[in-house]
Design a protein around this ligand. Structure first.
Ligand code: SAH
Length: 230
């Protein structure tokens, strides 16, 4: 890609960051956050989102809206990626599980924060495409897998945090099981075509689990695992 295009995308990325900051302020009454951490904003400013979306969506990659990635799947608007990442409270070296690789964008953001990222996608062509794109961009530390995230990734458990980017009706029990004590799960819950809510679920040091609703959201359904009949 030529230098001019690089510059154009960098400028668009900066506008996207400003838009995320604005949306954060606009939703503060619901989320309780007037700003997201600088670390998260800086990570978002580094990831070339236009290289992770299909060519047809490239020109819209930095708009603050969801995008289609084919095969009936939609990826979240950048603000939601930013908010969910912030809620995970990722520290360098944390082991993070993502359910729903999709385009690979969220995984790249987590890798930029220094996390060891494990990500599962159930739709094989999507998972393969994301794995190839992430590799081409140099995100070689991200471990990808085709499978049903409803069951987590027991061989890699326990995780410091888990992020689910598709909505089940309720929390898949394996996911809370695979969280470390003190770990957090960020997950949208709700019916396929109805009101969904983004939750932060904390597994306390005594093993107790507490849930906190954050924001009304709209995600594609989590399939597989008996999560919801097809
Ligand atoms: N995090 C992604 C967005 C994903 S959209 C990104 O940054 O681009 C949700 C994805 O979850 C879709 O690709 C969908 O195929 C996938 N998905 C749905 N059910 C799943 C399951 N049980 N296990 C793994 N992935 C699943």
């Amino acid at each position: 890609m030529d230098a001019e295009a690089q510059e154009r995308y960098a400028a668009q990325r900066q506008l996207m960051i400003e838009e995320i900051a604005r949306t954060t302020r606009e939703t503060a009454r619901e989320t309780g956050r007037t700003a997201l951490s600088d670390r998260v904003m800086q990570a978002l400013a580094r990831v070339p989102r236009h290289r992770l979306v299909p060519a047809a969506e490239e020109a819209d990659a930095y708009r603050n809206r969801p995008l289609s990635i084919g095969l009936g799947q939609t990826i979240s608007q950048p603000f939601i990626v930013a908010l969910m990442t912030d809620l995970l409270e990722v520290k360098p070296g944390h082991s993070v599980l993502e359910i729903g690789t999709g385009s690979g964008y969220q995984a790249a953001v987590l890798a930029e924060l220094g996390a060891k990222v494990h990500t599962i996608e159930i739709v094989e062509p999507l998972g393969r495409e994301a794995a190839n794109r992430l590799k081409a961009l140099g995100y070689s530390g991200i471990e990808t897998r085709i499978g049903d995230g409803f069951l987590g990734w027991p061989e890699r458990a326990p995780f410091d945090s888990i992020i689910v980017t598709a909505a089940p009706a309720d929390v898949p029990p394996e996911l809370t099981r695979q969280l470390k004590l003190g770990g957090r799960l960020v997950i949208p819950l709700g019916p396929e075509s109805g009101a969904q809510t983004l939750y932060v679920i904390e597994k306390r040091l005594d093993g107790g689990v507490v849930r906190r609703p954050v924001l009304a959201v709209r995600f594609v359904p989590l399939t597989g695992g008996g999560a919801r009949p097809q």
